[in-house]
Design a protein around this ligand. Structure first.
Ligand code: BEZ
Length: 210
């Protein structure tokens, strides 16, 4: 069965471009992004891995550890890494799982047989420090993902975790946020002493907490 938001992210050990990794140990107390690639030496994946590597400082700022996956062996990953650096201008700076027996792909339901029996789809799992799945995204092989969106969701998840707020449509860092319905007005007075804008009793807008 596929993983759902709130489920524990299954642990595994796997060969990667940075040696054998125990997934939960690799994550430690950090947030995590696990994302799959259909195959080595494919064009869209090459651009995605270059972009994820370029954004490493942004992931680091948010205490997020990134890990990729492709169902090819490590020596193939190492060869492909040279092309990624050459064509995208950034060297890989996070591990890529060599999932040649598709163990992790099966565990995370990354192979969708009606799309392909052999390639994974483009899955993204954002995992919290509690090892619970916070977000799942699934893209077809032909569509490259938007890593700015992945960072945006992480910003939203981290705000929610800290401040009992939710983020409205098209929210980006610095925009106003919404007080979650579970917080009563009495509690909101404590949390947001500068007040909020009550558009409806269920729609309470407040400046983004620092
Ligand atoms: C790609 O990464 O470019 C790709 C992989 C599989 C199918 C289509 C595109």
């Amino acid at each position: 069965m596929s993983l759902r938001i709130g489920d524990e992210a299954p642990n595994f050990t796997a060969d990667t471009t940075e040696g054998e990794i125990n997934f939960h140990e690799y994550l430690g107390d950090s947030w995590g992004v696990l994302f799959s690639h259909p195959k080595d030496f494919t064009p869209v994946c090459t651009t995605e891995l270059g972009e994820a590597a370029r954004l490493k400082p942004e992931f680091d700022k948010r205490n997020v550890k990134v890990i990729g996956l492709s169902v090819d062996p490590t020596d193939s990953h190492h060869e492909w890494a040279k092309d990624i650096e050459e064509t995208q201008g950034t060297a890989l700076n996070f591990p890529v799982i060599a999932d040649k027996d598709k163990k992790v792909a099966d565990l995370y339901d990354m192979i969708h047989p009606n799309a392909s029996d052999t390639f994974t789809v483009r899955s993204v799992f954002v995992i919290g420090p509690d090892k619970k799945v916070k977000l799942t995204l699934t893209y077809p092989a032909s569509t490259g993902r938007n890593f700015d969106e992945v960072l945006r969701v992480i910003d939203s998840l981290q705000l929610t975790a800290k401040h009992s707020v939710a983020t409205p449509v098209n929210w980006k860092v610095g925009d106003d946020v919404i007080i979650v319905p579970a917080v009563t007005n009495e509690q909101a007075k404590e949390k947001f002493p500068d007040g909020w804008n009550e558009i409806k009793p269920y729609l309470r807008v407040v400046a983004q907490p620092k």
